[in-house]
Design a protein around this ligand. Structure first.
Ligand code: SAH
Length: 486
């Protein structure tokens, strides 16, 4: 382990499984990762976001190794993103990661930093496809008895049924697990009528999505599997125009015709019923004295206006940012004619040119070749015409030529200009900003997409001289234009 490097472990929920329902924060955590770990199906759901990443796919029953690998890699300095479907904190990998961390004696402040990123859980996504079944209290119960004794599960079903919770059954059945759902139905039937609405949602928001409506007496006749969530209504749930609804209870207090209060009720206090808490408190000294947060606006009158967003404050710019920005404006390619915009390079500046091998940056200056950064995948330098180098953890290495012809076949794509004294280490700092490889990856791609093309020594290159020639200038351009932050 490289002691001083602090790694990061993102524990991410990707939602039900399509791009519209993944959060920007989850996507950012995927983009910033050096390596991604997850169960094969979940990796497949986001595979189009994983170009160039080191991806470890695991099988269903390999959760412990998956969590250990994630922790180990992150501990030694990588940014690792572990993905679960839905929310990683709901029957997801998060719990196991914390168990592994506790086992190895990890403390806050140690490597890796741990970041939880929420996702839309299956009950929310499945609920949205059938209506509003969870507007009142609900319970999630997993029928998987792989890790939980059946009597525990049975007791929870019984309690939730008795408590009149809407019940969301996760992991309801599989090829090898069929008796559990039958048993669950039998228990719930003791407390609810056979007409209680039940929805079965399979693979919500994925290609194989199917939605079935049924009721407590008949839902077992439908297909149920590992990708299904079964939503069982409470005694109050109803189906209206194809929407499964569990009411919040407004009609206990108000008339739904004109919104008026029912006799004996009061807007801002507890519902008056037999046995309500108010009627049980005999004297005021029984009142608890808690530290309650008061919210403003709870009882304001309705108002409708066209909302005017507040003016955004312009961030103060230092001069290197201003220089970089004006360069950016000047070079801002005309989007329609980007391809044809090839200009002649006439400058007498000292020019270096860069390309990529195996994810590391190859650069050339005065006939010398250097490699900066580490390979992201195993790479044989001899295939590119250089002698192999020993795998040392250096920021840069000078390469020695083995086969000139092969080297000329390498496409070096980007041109940068530097003062004569620029060292390879400085180039490393420019392109491996803050040692975060995903940032340098985005910088690289942004540069490629947003620069003019030029002709240099009869070859076409991307002219990236506008980036500036110091790490702070590049960083400023990067923050303002690529990360879009201040
Ligand atoms: N962390 C996940 C749950 C994992 S447990 C989440 O928050 O959603 C796996 C169970 O979740 C499945 O057996 C199924 O019951 C449910 N599930 C997960 N994704 C689903 C989807 N897209 N559609 C329906 N049910 C889903």
């Amino acid at each position: 382990m490289s002691g001083d490097l602090k790694g990061k472990l993102n524990i991410v929920g990707i939602g039900p499984g399509n791009d519209l329902h993944i959060t920007p924060a989850a996507l950012a955590a995927i983009k910033e990762a050096d390596s991604i770990i997850g169960y094969t199906t979940y990796i497949n759901l986001v595979k189009h976001h994983l170009n160039g990443k080191q991806v470890t796919r695991t099988g269903m029953t390999e959760e412990i190794t998956r969590a250990q690998t994630a922790v180990e890699n992150a501990k030694s300095g990588q940014t690792v993103t572990l993905i679960s479907s839905g929310d990683a904190g709901v029957y997801g990998m998060a719990g196991l990661v914390f168990e592994v961390l506790r086992k190895i004696g990890w403390k806050r402040g140690d490597s890796p930093e741990i970041k939880m990123i929420p996702g839309i859980s299956a009950d929310s996504s499945c609920g949205s496809l059938v209506g509003a079944p969870m507007v009142h209290d609900s319970a999630r119960i997993s029928l998987s008895d792989l890790l939980t004794p059946w009597p525990v599960i049975e007791n929870r079903i019984e309690s939730a049924a008795k408590g009149d919770f809407v019940i969301n059954l996760y992991n309801p059945a599989s090829g090898r697990r069929q008796r559990q759902i039958v048993e669950a139905a039998r228990i719930i039937q003791k407390y609810r009528p056979g007409t209680t609405p039940v929805a079965l949602v399979k693979s919500a928001y994925r290609r194989q999505e199917t939605i079935q409506f049924s009721d407590l007496d008949h839902f077992l006749e439908f297909e149920i599997g590992m990708n299904t969530t079964v939503i069982i209504g409470s005694s109050q749930s109803f189906v209206y125009e194809g929407f499964f609804v569990t009411p919040r209870g407004y009609s206990n207090k108000y008339s739904l015709e004109d919104g008026s209060l029912k006799p004996g009720q009061n807007r801002a206090v507890s519902l008056r019923t037999e046995g309500d808490l108010t009627s049980r408190v005999s004297n005021t000294s029984d009142l608890p004295n808690l530290n309650i947060t008061k919210i403003q606006g709870a009882f304001v009158k309705t108002s409708t206006t066209v909302f005017q967003g507040e003016e955004e404050e312009k961030p103060q710019q230092d001069s290197s940012v201003a220089v970089a920005l004006s360069a950016l404006k000047f070079l801002e390619p005309d989007r329609n004619t980007k391809k044809e915009k090839v200009s002649e390079l006439r400058s007498e500046e000292e020019i270096c040119y860069l390309g990529r091998i195996g994810g590391a940056i190859l650069y050339k200056r005065k006939e010398k070749h250097f490699l900066i950064g580490k390979f992201k995948r195993p790479t044989n330098l001899e295939d590119f015409g250089f002698h192999n180098i020993s795998e040392e953890n250096q920021k840069w290495k000078e390469l020695t030529v083995k086969n000139l012809e092969k080297i000329s076949g390498n496409k070096l794509e980007i041109l940068i200009s530097f003062p004569v004294e620029t060292s390879p280490e400085m180039i490393y700092d420019l392109f491996a900003i803050h040692r975060n490889s995903s940032i340098s990856e985005r910088l690289w791609n942004y540069t490629k997409d947003n620069s003019k093309k030029v002709i240099w020594e009869n070859e076409e290159y991307i002219d990236a001289r506008w980036l500036g020639n110091s790490p702070s200038q590049v960083w400023s351009v990067f923050r303002d234009n690529i990360l879009k932050c201040d």
